[in-house]
Ligand binder design. Sequence first.
Ligand SMILES: Cc1ncc(COP(=O)(O)O)c(C=O)c1O
Length: 392
Amino acid sequence: MKSPIRPLLRQLHPNGLVEVVHLGLHRPGLIPLWFGETDLTTPEFIRKAAIAALNEGKTFYTWARGIPEFRQAIAAFHQRTLGVAIDMERVTVPGAAMLAIVTALQCVVETGDNVVIVAPVWPNIYQAAQVAGADVRLVRLDEDWNSGRWHLDLDKLFARCDARTKAIFISSPSNPTGWTASRAEQEAILEFARRRGIAIISDEVYGTLIYDGSTHAPSFLQIADENDPVFVINSFSKPWAMTGWRIGWLTHPRDLSDTMRILSPVANTGTTTFNQYGALAALGPEGDVFRESLRARCEANRAVVQDFIARQNRVRWMAPQGAFYGYLQFDGMTDSLALAKDLVVRANVGTAPGSAFSLGDPRDDAYLRICFARDAQGLAEGLKRIESVLTA
Ligand SMILES: Cc1ncc(COP(=O)(O)O)c(C=O)c1O
């Protein structure tokens, strides 16, 4: 019988992390290093602001692109952290960053187009592009063990773009590698994209989770003109420990602000009203203090992982410049899903298989991703458990 369901949907597969989580989610005492979040509850001042809004009756529909005062505060945040003046007409709050990604893709992708994505990459990103109808082309960063840094080959990236390429998608600092695009790389990509009429979707949700003395990773917002087809994704989830709130924002070309008045309502009519007041509080000075404490915790935890790796002879990594993930390479491993499952069953520790971060590239099957944003003691215990399986 003829099916009305899009054939494309049948070609999508849950990524390996879903399988690992199913296996381990309800195991007592499991140390979860698999998801991208800290074990910290959202700070009290943020929770209180949302509760106060709820108690004041902020329970109605509101502006579908986000409450103006809130969007203004986001623009001020960009000014403070990046030193750029962003008109609040360029800021839309459709919901969480994931919805901002979907919205950006809706602005550029038509069936048959392709999107070129720098990989390894968080699977929800390439799956969102697939659902949007795009042919997804992953361009993998190269390992450069001599420099200890991931390397983006720009020639390779540009060679994957053709007349049907609508967007280059970059996540920097990257989930899972922590690779962070330099200003020079961003300038070269912007120059190429302008010349070829290609959009840039820049996922900067880890922009302020950056190490080694920086306060913000280089942002496309610092170099793009207001009407360049550049879409920048941001989120409250990571820097302010608000993953369950489902709130983030999209900074888009100025001339799309009227279009956003249509796209945001058809997605979710904006995001939860009282959450916006919580997020507004996060953008104040107390939020800066929290962000810095979380960033410092992650930087200290990165050193904990580094020490762990120094003790292993089967494991290595290229230390992340930003974000809060360790992408660990295991010598001789060819089935990351099997190892991640093994670690659940034998050591009660949750990790993400490298295979989830690419579309079948065997190189990623030598990797596991861990999130090092949780308390140092729990992290150390999780690493000890991984070690126990490696040395068994
Ligand atoms: C690179 C990247 N972008 C977007 C998101 C999603 O953020 P949100 O929770 O705001 O949807 C994540 C979450 O892990 C991520 O790693």
